[in-house]
Design a protein around this ligand. Structure first.
Ligand code: NAP
Length: 340
């Protein structure tokens, strides 16, 4: 058996395509002293990875992927060989690793996972991983969400959005969201308790659709999309509203020619005393750890549901990544590298 790894072959200009990646076959590596060999079980594909494929001259909070080197992702893997490493063989770990069937690590940045938690292992890349933490941090630390407020979230059925809506619902808020298909909208209102939702692709007018979903206006907007969506939310934002700038996926594949020219109404924020604040989840370790407790407890109590799309095999990771950026995922997109 050999090791399969996905390398970045070239940097996308505009939309990323499968041609930007290359599958490499190599021998399974041996762990050096103090290292472990992991068999990767699941890997995550996330929107922020698109930024890591950009020209390294563009300044970012996270280093770019290198041409000819493996792309990196959140992974869940099992230690199958330890050469005096930090964890014994058989330990389940999660952390950042290559898009690959195998990973070598000395354990830095990896956390052990319980073998018997009763939740699917892939959840540690989603609801009990970075996306779930993001939802919690955005609502608690950034938007300071209060019971009974009116919350609107875009990309609402995705990895982060579906958690945002359910946290807000569990806090007694009025919750609304938008998504890109009627099936996704039904999931929001029929399965996970949103009070209102709409399909932004078929809505005649975004400002009106948001108003209909939030008759008393929007107190907190959890921003995942940007562009025209942000402009339409600003038209509906309440006095003393808060906007948590989590992501702006509408522009992740944009070029200088196609980048959004909205929002054009930022002055509204002044008169309405609105706070708009960006954040990166990794800068909020305290709240992230808190979420692991709260989220696990809520899952146990049946207060949280989580939908995933699962692609099979590391060779299909590039397509899964592209599909996710295009909205073909329904819920958190993960790639199963090997069934455990
Ligand atoms: N700040 C942080 O620390 C942090 C951490 C994690 C994630 N994020 C951000 O959070 C957002 C959601 O991430 P996620 O992991 O939960 O991804 P996701 O929602 O599971 O997947 C991305 C979704 O974005 C939607 N989308 C794509 N293009 C769009 C467009 N032009 N307009 C509207 N919606 C569009 C698609 O859903 P539809 O079918 O509904 O269009 C797609 O399924 C992203 O912006 C991401 O960068 C930020």
């Amino acid at each position: 058996m050999s090791r399969k790894t996905i390398l970045l072959k070239s940097r996308p200009n505009g939309w990323v395509s499968e041609d930007n990646f290359e599958l490499s076959l190599s021998e399974i590596p041996e762990p050096a002293e103090s290292e472990m060999l992991l068999e990767v079980l699941y890997m995550s594909v996330d929107p922020y990875m698109r930024g890591r494929m950009n020209d390294p001259k563009i300044k970012s909070y996270i280093p770019p992927f290198q041409i000819g080197a493996p792309c990196e992702a959140g992974i869940v893997g099992r230690v199958i060989k330890s050469n005096g490493g930090k964890y014994p063989e058989g330990t389940l770990l999660s952390g950042l690793g290559p898009w690959s069937t195998h990973a070598i690590t000395d354990g830095t940045g990896f956390n052990p996972l319980p073998d018997d938690s009763g939740v699917p292992l892939s959840y540690y890349l989603g609801i009990l991983g970075m996306p779930g933490m993001t939802a919690y941090v955005g609502l608690k630390a950034i938007a300071n969400l209060q019971e009974g407020e009116s919350v609107y979230v875009s990309a609402a059925s995705g990895a982060v959005g579906q958690v945002v809506g359910q946290i807000a619902k569990n806090m007694g808020c009025h919750v609304s969201g938008s998504a890109g298909s009627d099936d996704k909208v039904s999931y929001l209102t029929d399965d996970i308790g949103f009070d209102a939702a709409f399909n932004y692709k078929t809505a005649d007018n975004l400002t009106h659709a948001i108003r209909e979903a939030n008759p008393s206006g929007v107190d907190v907007y959890f921003e995942n999309v940007g562009g025209a969506m942000l402009e339409a939310v600003i038209n509906n934002i309440n006095m003393k509203g808060r906007i948590a700038l989590c992501g702006m996926i509408a522009d992740y594949n944009a070029t200088a020619e196609t980048i959004s020219t909205s929002p054009r109404n930022l002055t509204v924020l002044i008169g309405r005393n609105v706070k708009m604040e960006g954040f990166i989840v990794s800068n909020y370790p305290k709240e992230s750890l808190e979420w692991l407790q709260v989220g696990a407890q809520w899952i146990k109590e049946g207060k949280l549901k989580y939908r995933e799309s699962v692609a099979e095999g590391v060779e299909n990771a590039p397509q899964a990544f592209i599909d996710m950026l295009k909205g073909k995922n329904f819920g958190k997109q993960v790639v199963r590298i090997k069934a455990d």
